[in-house]
Design a protein around this ligand. Structure first.
Ligand SMILES: C[S@@+](CC[C@H](N)C(=O)[O-])C[C@H]1O[C@@H](n2cnc3c(N)ncnc32)[C@H](O)[C@@H]1O
Length: 201
């Protein structure tokens, strides 16, 4: 068989194997992610969010379900904030770790964010799934301090009042970006004294 045929088959086989691994990883973590599967936010949307939510060095940005860590890398580069990402999908986690290797101020943990206390975050960013947003609202309302901000790509937090809804100037990436602030975004049902975290759906 000519060498070029072997090379082409190796490339196609490798790409197919990667796709299968990617799909398998999504299936395996589904009981935890509950539909928030690994896909990345468009860079134009990240830029739009970072234009609106300014940050200061010394503040902590936490991306809950950080995928390949692109939100964290962009925020670190632009504002010099400390960044922490939680990622449960092994492929996304590995990619995020590789892409942030040697970068100071960006930490990626292979951990279920539902089990983490987010109380130290000054800014939380997420791109999850509608099924988990109510539960997330309860968790954030309970744990975040006054003044903390939340950036939610694509999906609103039910019962919260957004400070702004942004859309990137792009036909392809113009899903909404919701911006919230504690405590102004918390409505009566979410006031800090009466929080009951609903069970996972
Ligand atoms: C739609 S992706 C968003 C990735 C990244 N935040 C971005 O905007 O590009 C959602 C990610 O959240 C992760 N995820 C969902 N639930 C999680 C959990 N409980 N703990 C850690 N990661 C989670 C998924 O594995 C997936 O990679």
């Amino acid at each position: 068989m000519p060498t070029w045929v072997v090379v082409i088959f190796t490339i196609i086989g490798g790409a197919a194997a990667l796709k299968i691994l990617h799909a398998l990883a999504i299936v395996v973590v589904h009981p935890i992610t509950q539909g928030a599967m690994y896909t990345s936010t468009g860079r134009v949307k990240i830029r739009k969010a970072l234009d609106a939510v300014t940050m200061k060095p010394g503040e902590l940005l936490v991306d809950i379900g950080c995928g390949d860590g692109r939100v964290l890398r962009a925020a670190r580069k632009r504002y010099g904030v400390s960044c922490l990402g939680f990622e449960i999908n092994p492929i996304a986690f590995t990619k995020a770790r590789l892409l942030t290797m040697g970068r100071k101020g960006v930490e990626i943990r292979c951990r279920n964010f539902w089990k983490a206390d987010l109380g130290h975050a000054d800014i939380v960013s997420c791109y999850l799934f509608p099924d988990v947003m109510r539960r997330l609202g309860a968790k954030l309302a309970k744990e975040l301090a006054s003044g903390a901000r939340v950036i939610s790509f694509n999906f609103p937090i039910p019962g919260w009042k957004h400070e702004a809804v942004l859309r990137a100037d792009s036909k392809l990436h113009n899903d909404p970006i919701y911006i919230y602030r504690i405590p102004d975004s918390l409505s009566v049902g979410f006031q800090k004294t009466s929080i009951q975290s609903p069970e996972p759906q």
